[in-house]
Design a protein around this ligand. Structure first.
Ligand code: PRP
Length: 226
């Protein structure tokens, strides 16, 4: 019989001020239940993952700066609201991070998207950088970094290094992630204390193969191949 794990773990969330965990509503837990289930087929995996991604993007946008603006309404009154300040772009960590691009596009029309290809070595689980292509003016933008899984943290750390080398300030990067491990999050947040993370859930930890446990398996395989 499979080992059971607590329904959700939030203990680490409060340990890092920069980490936001999505509110664990029954709806979100139902979505995670679908994508974690080994019996869920690819069509459903894509559909329910996309719904979680949309929630992550919506929450992520709450962490971008806004400025006050007044508008006139059709009743000839003034509404004091806000508008986003500054330009944004998305950067996906290929391959699995590309699955999050459409969710970002659905909320931010014609958003620019850069790509960083990083793959974990299947034997050692060490991240290796293969390729990056980013908007020319990326250092003037807020960057939404996209990767569904944070295991050891190696891939996300490598991606942030690429962004920092291109001149993006650390506090202009927002990492959107479906499931993180406490180990990966601790390493990541300690290295980048000014970088905000929005995650869907913090799992129990890493297993012997350095996969997220209980996790959902290989996100990229389940979204694109299986
Ligand atoms: C997976 C996942 C993350 C990374 C997380 O990608 O999508 O990018 O591993 O692990 P880490 O935190 O230990 O670095 P993988 O390298 O398997 O490639 P994929 O996106 O092609 O599936």
């Amino acid at each position: 019989m499979a080992e059971t794990t607590p329904a959700y773990t939030t203990s680490l969330a409060s340990a890092h001020e920069t980490v936001t965990v999505l509110q664990q509503t029954p709806q979100l837990i139902a979505l995670f239940t679908m994508i974690r289930d080994i019996n869920t087929q690819r069509g459903d995996f894509i559909f329910y993952s996309n719904r979680i991604i949309r929630l992550l993007v919506e929450e992520g946008l709450n962490h971008l700066p806004v400025q006050a603006v007044d508008v006139s309404t059709p009743t000839d009154m003034t509404y004091s609201g806000v508008k986003f300040e500054g330009k944004i772009c998305g950067v996906s960590i290929m391959r699995a991070g590309e699955s999050m691009e459409q969710g970002l596009r659905d909320c931010c029309r014609s958003v620019r998207i850069g790509k960083i290809l990083i793959q974990r070595d299947e034997e050692t689980a060490e991240a290796k950088l293969f390729y990056s292509k980013l908007p020319e003016d990326i250092k003037e933008r807020y960057v939404l970094l996209l990767d569904p899984m944070l295991a050891t943290g190696g891939s996300a750390i490598m991606a942030v290094e690429v962004l920092l080398e291109r001149g993006v300030p650390e506090d202009h990067i927002l990492f959107l992630n479906l499931i993180a491990t406490p180990e990966g999050l601790n390493t990541f947040a300690a290295k980048y204390p000014k970088l905000k993370v929005v995650t869907g859930f913090i799992d129990v930890g890493l297993n012997e193969q350095k996969f997220v446990a209980p996790g959902l398996g290989d996100f990229g395989d389940r979204y694109y191949c299986l």
